[in-house]
Design a protein around this ligand. Structure first.
Ligand code: EPZ
Length: 450
């Protein structure tokens, strides 16, 4: 059954009341299926802004950030269909009648990836008004590189009342060298360049698989993009793009999170529906820690049957060890024999989970961008608080091996990027349940076109 966004009440619970109650000690056994990648679905949904024809996306994860982006697009006048039942992981977006090229503060403050609409809006609507995202728990996270790139393509950009205003009659292809590697900056500029006049060369690009997946979708829509996945991307601008159907790649961070969970709990887990090619740095590091991993097509089998050994880890841009797996690796390091030095090179404040792990019994000392983890220390259940998406995942992993019961507050952080994580974990033997007061709240959604 397909619902359209329209003026109807949507039963939404109060996610801020939710907590997880986890009792540690069970090894994860069996098979878990990985959902589509949130960080591929978000730019793919923004790409629909570039055409007036429908874009159909399959394997879209049912997570809060996707709901936020649907609201964002609907508020601009896009027609956003939600798949229910069997089609629940499909979304169809039609941006024929865009009326309002604005990403409001109300929505952007809950999801900074909303800035992904910037380049597409300027290219399609000649104008974008996007709230500055503001900081977030893991760092300042400026978007200066997005803005400098758009200016290189001829956009006039200024800031007022907390919003970025960007205008261009028609963007012009140019050479853009990113001063730092930025994932959404690469994606934003790639989208803007598809409708620019002439050729755009993007250099020092991010090589994450999600960038490649976006380029695949854009080329299906009629764009002319070469080199995605390498440091240099060439885009030949075209006059128009058309609709397309695309299946989102699996979520490598969700897969990595379950792989670490199996290693931590001494389990035997088949992580299916993932792409092992996207997990090279993580799997290599886990083998260094004594974890047995076997890859096969679209699955990874993890057997945590031996003692865990300490290993140093440094986060780098892809294909290096992903920053989005740093917190999860730190949880594992607390159970490894020896000293692991974890270095976070991407974000300036991404150790929020460390103090909560210490409260559970871990021995972690923060020294600037490095965390020195001394294992193995037994963990005991405690009341802890999630602070950001991946830090929350780290606390779930620690709770799975802690003695006794852990209560994790503010699990809305987890719901942003993990689909039904408690059901998936219960399905492979974890003792986890969600508690909260789902007080059905009647919410009128913005009227979408049609
Ligand atoms: C993407 O964020 C991901 N989000 C993040 O995942 C991920 O942690 C990050 O890439 C790094 O891999 C999405 O794809 C939606 P960046 P992004 O621009 O694009 C600095 C998660 O958990 N920078 O690659 O915002 C920035 O401060 C999220 O799913 C600038 O200085 O990250 C950071 O230090 C968290 N100026 C570094 O570059 C800019 O204009 C890398 O950031 C842009 C970025």
């Amino acid at each position: 059954m397909i619902h359209k966004f329209g003026v109807r009440s949507v039963g939404l619970g109060h996610p801020y009341m939710d907590k997880f109650v986890i009792r540690g000690g069970n090894p994860l056994l069996g098979t878990v299926r990985i959902s589509g990648a949130k960080n591929a679905a978000l730019p793919a949904m923004a790409a629909a802004l570039l055409t007036e024809e429908p874009v159909i996306l399959e394997n879209v994860p049912q997570v809060r950030d996707i709901e936020t982006e649907r609201k964002l697009l609907a508020a601009m006048g896009a027609e956003v269909e939600l798949g229910y039942g069997r089609a629940q992981h499909r979304t169809t977006i039609c941006c024929r009648n865009l009326v309002n090229p604005e990403a409001s503060y109300e929505l952007v403050k809950t999801m900074r990836a909303s800035t992904l609409v910037l380049g597409a809006l300027v290219a399609r609507m000649k104008h974008a008004r996007v709230s500055l995202p503001g900081g977030c728990a893991i760092g300042a996270r400026p978007i200066d590189l997005h803005l400098k790139g758009l200016e290189r393509l001829g956009a006039r950009i200024w800031q007022e009342h907390g919003y970025i205003e960007a205008r261009a009659e028609r963007l012009k292809g140019a050479r853009v060298v990113f001063e730092k590697i930025t994932v959404t900056g690469t994606e934003d500029l790639m989208m803007a360049a598809t409708l620019a006049e002439g050729e755009t060369i993007l250099e020092n690009c991010a090589r994450e698989p999600e960038v490649g997946d976006l380029a695949t979708l854009l080329n299906k829509m009629g764009a002319k993009i070469e080199g995605a996945g390498t440091h240099t991307i060439r885009v030949q601008g075209v006059e128009k793009l058309h609709g397309a159907r695309h299946r989102i790649i699996p979520d490598r961070i969700e897969a990595g999170t379950f792989i670490v969970a199996a290693a931590l709990t001494g389990g035997d887990l088949l992580v299916s529906g993932c792409d092992p090619r996207h997990l090279g740095a993580l799997l290599q590091k886990l083998e260094e820690c004594g974890v047995r991993v076997q890859t096969n097509g679209d699955s990874v089998r993890v057997t945590g049957d031996g003692p865990l050994r300490a290993a140093d880890m440094v986060t780098e841009e892809y294909p290096g060890f992903p920053t989005d797996m740093q917190a999860q690796f730190m949880a594992l390091a607390t159970q490894a024999e020896g000293v692991s030095i974890v270095t976070e090179n991407i974000f300036e404040n991404r150790f929020m989970h460390a103090q909560e792990l210490v409260r559970m019994g871990a021995n972690i000392r923060i020294e600037g961008a490095r965390a020195v983890v001394r294992g193995q220390t037994p963990l005991s259940g405690a009341a802890v608080q999630a602070s950001d998406l991946r830090a929350s995942a780290s606390l779930v992993l620690a709770a799975l091996v802690a003695e006794g019961e852990t209560i994790i507050d503010r699990v809305y952080h987890i719901d942003r990027g993990y689909e039904r994580i408690e059901e998936k974990l219960r399905g492979v033997g974890a003792q986890i349940r969600r508690i909260g007061e789902f007080l059905p709240k009647r919410v009128a959604t913005p009227v979408a076109a049609g």
